[in-house]
Design a protein around this ligand. Structure first.
Ligand code: BES
Ligand code: ZN
Length: 635
């Protein structure tokens, strides 16, 4: 694999002739130097940007620069069909370019205007096949004529029944981490950046939208044009097609949703423009022009996905009281951490997510106050403790810098990157003070905008701009390369949660909270309350609580899911089986599904788990079924 490293030797070879002309002696010296220093030369080569083992491409040799996509969405056959044309950068005059593909049917490949013979490499279940395309030093473009497979892992084709309005089919893509190659042949590494334009043709009653400039209403032709002028990594290429309406929130912000969902979405996300302005106030200008959110059908496997200019979001955050909008702040924050400054490989995932969680909480603090942000941080800390416990305290996946080589990156992308990452930044903030830390972060985004960074490169920058100037003395290596939660992890407290704790502690004595005691509680207090219930809470108390507060019928997905999980763990859940089944049947968000199916499994009820899963699986995206197939040991 050595040829995949940026090779330092090209430069040296070019240097030698000019040196030779001037001074033959110096040339000899250099030769001797090179000969005697083989090992150290190796080291300098290996120190160059590490390669991304999750891509077949070799961007150090030849790179794609701009993509022109022309696709037709065939809903009857569940296929995207058309061409991907790239302009090239070939600085070192490479004789081939390699793209990632998985599950694609390639019809032809053209270099400039001639058809060429390409080869497809061996298939790997997760990485797919390398597409080798022969090029010349002068080649300007490559065009791949292809179609996707109905089983393309990035794509979910929904029938009308699986949408909110149940009238029209729907399609959406999910690229992160390495799924874009299942719908576009591309150099599918986060270390790559391309600009793109696209032409999408779809059924005339549907509207396509992308991570690009977007239409707001359907036209008569069924063909639409898109443009993304800022260079983005391929995992951020995104497309959704459905019966979509659009509504404005603020001057740069708006919502796309199915007609029956739009009003609810506009109400729920009404603070979006204010969030964007708060974010700019913290860490500098928003460089993507518009920020819109599309509310997808409930099968969307994530809470949100930060596709540039157009966040993809689950409808499960439409609580009716704006209480779950931290997720929007999170995806918006990715417009800086992730989309502007991108992790170079998936091993550096914490650079995307840890920074984003920290940033998300700062946005929420700016809008709703410190207490609000502290509650989010405390719930996050509980997630972190839970994840460390689940993985095992000394497990390598509890390191911030991950080692995902040879694995599906998706398997190692846990809450660690998010919460340990955010707490690490909180620790740095504590060390140097908020003012200095904010300046550091703002400069960090400005300095690295539209670039990618490895953990090593971040450490060098951190050292120079924060650690040295402020004489910070903390165990950075332990945080980044060590397991578990370091001893100096900041402790964040919340007065509101302290009050909740006092109430929870009395439940085993038969003292249950009353309506009056809880009338001002927010979603976050309820979540903390449910999480805090312990083994000493018996079925009688659980019944009484549910009678008073109707958790099992909550319209708030986070509260309902937390209650289901806790009750299954405490062994008292027969009374809400219909609601649980309905929830698992409609919602495809993996963050809810995994704990619920695991809880059933652990409760010795794998039979229910498998039978609900068998019925619900057609409603889930491949991202979720991949995890659940393994969990429930089914195919
Ligand atoms: N980028 C992630 C989603 C993701 C991560 C997709 C890894 C594929 C691989 C997104 O920004 C995210 O973190 N979403 C969270 C919500 C957030 C508030 C923690 C989610 O979906 O739950
Ligand atoms: Zn994220």
């Amino acid at each position: 694999d050595k040829n995949k490293y940026f090779s330092g030797s090209y430069q040296q070879i070019q240097l030698i002739p000019s040196v030779m002309i001037k001074n033959i002696l110096l040339f000899a010296t250099i030769l001797i130097f090179i000969a005697c220093n083989q090992p150290s030369q190796e080291m300098t080569i290996n120190k160059k940007k590490p390669i991304d083992t999750h891509s077949h491409s070799i961007p150090s040799e030849s790179k794609t620069q701009h993509l022109s996509l022309d696709l037709t969405a065939d809903f009857d056959n569940q296929i995207l069909k058309g061409t991907a044309k790239y302009t090239l950068i070939n600085d070192i005059k490479a004789e081939q370019i390699i793209l990632d593909t998985r599950d694609l049917t390639i019809h032809s490949v053209t270099v400039d205007s001639s058809m060429v013979e390409y080869t497809l490499g061996k298939n790997d279940a997760h990485l797919g096949q390398a597409l080798h395309i022969p090029i010349d030093p002068e080649s300007k473009t490559i065009t791949i004529n292809y179609e996707t497979s109905p089983t393309a892992a990035a794509l979910q084709w929904l029938n009308p029944q699986q949408t909110a309005d149940k009238k029209h089919p729907f399609l959406f893509t999910q690229g992160q981490a390495i799924l874009t190659r299942t719908w576009i042949p591309c150099q599918d590494s986060p270390g790559i950046r391309i600009t793109y334009d696209a032409q999408i043709t779809c059924p005339k009653d549907l509207l396509p939208v992308m991570s690009a400039s977007n239409p707001t209403e359907i036209n008569a032709t069924g063909t639409y044009s898109f443009e993304m002028k800022q260079p983005i990594p391929p995992y951020l290429l995104a497309l959704a097609i459905g019966d979509l309406d659009y509504g404005d929130i603020g001057k740069q912000t708006g919502v796309y949703a199915e007609p029956s969902v739009l009003e609810k979405g506009l109400y729920e996300f009404s603070d979006m423009q204010a969030m964007l302005e708060a974010a700019e106030g913290l860490y500098g200008p928003y460089l993507w022009e518009r920020y819109d959110v599309i509310i997808l059908p409930p099968s969307f496997p994530f809470g949100g996905m930060e596709n540039p200019r157009l966040t993809f979001a689950t409808p499960t955050i439409l609580a009716g009281d704006k209480s779950l909008t931290a997720l929007i702040a999170h995806e918006l924050a990715h417009s800086w951490s992730g989309n502007l400054v991108t992790n170079a490989t998936w091993n550096d995932f914490w650079l995307n997510e840890g920074f984003t969680v920290y940033f998300e909480r700062r946005i929420m603090e700016t809008l709703y106050g410190e207490e609000y942000a502290n509650m989010l941080a405390m719930l996050g800390f509980q997630d972190l403790q839970h994840e460390v416990h689940a993985l095992g305290e000394s497990h390598k996946d509890t390191h911030l810098h991950l080692d995902l080589d040879g694995r599906d990156p998706d398997d190692g992308m846990t809450d660690i990157a998010y919460e340990k990452g955010a707490y690490f930044l909180t620790l740095l903030e504590e060390q140097v003070g908020r003012e200095a830390f904010d300046k550091f972060l703002k400069d960090y985004f400005e300095t690295h905008k539209f670039q990618t960074l490895t953990t090593d490169e971040f450490e060098v920058y951190l050292d120079k701009h924060l650690i040295k100037p402020y004489s910070v003395d903390i165990n950075i290596d332990e945080w980044i390369y060590g397991a578990g939660i370091p001893d100096n992890c900041p402790s964040i407290t919340s007065d509101k949660f302290t009050k909740v704790d006092a109430i929870v502690s009395k439940i085993p004595n038969g003292e249950l909270p009353t309506q009056a005691m809880t009338k001002d509680w927010t979603t976050h207090e309820w979540l903390h309350f449910i999480r805090a219930l312990d083994d000493d809470v018996d079925s009688k108390a659980l019944d009484a609580l549910n009678n008073s507060f109707a958790f099992a019928d909550s319209g708030n997905s986070e509260i309902a899911a937390a209650w289901y999980e806790k009750s299954i763990k405490l062994g008292h859940y027969d009374y809400f089986r219909p609601q649980l089944e309905e929830f698992l049947f409609t919602v495809g968000r993996r963050k809810f599904l995994t704990p619920l199916y695991s809880a059933l499994k652990e409760a010795g009820d794998i039979k229910s788990a498998r039978s609900i899963y068998a019925k619900s699986k057609p409603n889930y995206h491949s991202v979720s079924t991949q995890t659940l197939d393994a969990l429930l040991d089914v195919e």
